[in-house]
Design a protein around this ligand. Sequence first.
Ligand code: AMP
Ligand code: MG
Length: 484
Amino acid sequence: MTGAGFKFDNTYLQLPEIFYTKILPAPVPKPELVILNTPLATELGLDFSNTSLDKQAELFSGNQMPETAEPFAQAYAGHQFGHFTMLGDGRAIAWGEHITPTDKRFDLQFKGSGPTPYSRGGDGRAALGPMLREYIISEAMQALNIPTTRSLAVVNHGEQVYRDTSLPGAILTRVARSHIRVGTFQFAALKEDKETIQALLDYTIKRHYPEIKEEQNKALFLLKAVIEKQAELVTHWMRVGFIHGVMNTDNMALSGETIDYGPCAFMDTYDPGTVFSSIDHGGRYAYANQPAIAQWNLARLAETLLPLLDDDPDKAKVLAEEAIHSFGAIYKEKSLSMLRAKVGLIEEQPEDEKLITDLLDWMQQTDSDYTNTFKDLTNNLPPSGERYDSDTFKDWHARWQTRVAVNTQPLEASLDLMRANNPVVIPRNHKVEQALEAANSGDLQPFKDLIAALQEPYKNNPDLKPYQSPPKPDEKVCQTFCGT
Ligand code: AMP
Ligand code: MG
């Protein structure tokens, strides 16, 4: 197995022992490779062309890991829907950190590889559908140029898992810049000694923010850097209509990558209140709430850093509050600039915000499709179709044309900016569900076709048509499930 090119350097195991438990994946009887992400493997400097399919299945099921892997599960805590809980990797086991030929460091991690000391009564397993869902959406996010964990492989492990019903079980191999979460800091803070949180802070800085190393107040700089990264990330989500669905503090990565794809989904019809997750009864993680929730989660991170921000608790509190408060303005600026790009407004003009809000209001009032409206605005001047045959829209479009004419650059530059920021295809939920249903009954073709359709989401082509239509009423998926 060593021939594939794995190069492990497991620094996480140098953290205090409370942060992890060494543990092997539980063996599975009959692993079968469902998919290997060959382009990603190549990016990682891994080559499986001389590894038989059986051997690949043994590898990606955890039955036979590379000799240099040092499997472990991570401890963490977190606020789930606002309530603090002890958590940890209940069904995930890291292989270690792989170093790519260009010296990049990535965690490889199994999801669904059997119980760990953090399983809290769970079976440590995962069903095929949710693992393929993570594969589809994470790879779609990557193609959309949004920071994300990646999916390297999925195997069917040959045993059924029991949720509401019996389902085929699977294991996903996830690739991430790290799995350090806000919840990892919350876990460290529980120890109530400065050394533990300091160790995690230093480790995180070394791994993700090395430029901070020389700063005097490292905790403050880390907090500010993470605030910036998360504001950036959520802005991307809002741009493409992505709804994470479970923005618990344990599902927020310090690296700024989107992590933990559960009941996530993309919005079809534009409605800021959109919620898909079956467990999100109060709409806490609705589309439009995501920036505020990110800020809430960052406040939880700030709390863990208080002892390091200043020796004087009052001063530490002021520094934390100022930093968290700054999220509002940082996000607002990023959001406005993202929305400007979506409608091709190159320089800033005072009327921009109102122009954009009026479009969004019209979209909401007319149940317009979020993705397709921006696509239509980009492709046709003026957009054609019955939907656009209204005075309200025509007035808006005339205002837009006047505004775009003020840009010092030609119209084509606006359209290019719009094309780079408005995907023509997203993993629409009904398409995802259709692909997963087929996969559950043994037909992987719709899954593979969907993956292929999502490869270049900023380039239109006629083959994408079946993936671009919003769901018909009978295709609509109103709820998504965690599938844990
Ligand atoms: P998630 O909603 O996927 O972020 O999971 C929340 C927590 O529950 C994490 O600590 C998971 O590792 C754990 N968990 C989820 N599913 C299982 C399972 N089937 N068995 C054990 N732990 C699980
Ligand atoms: Mg999670």
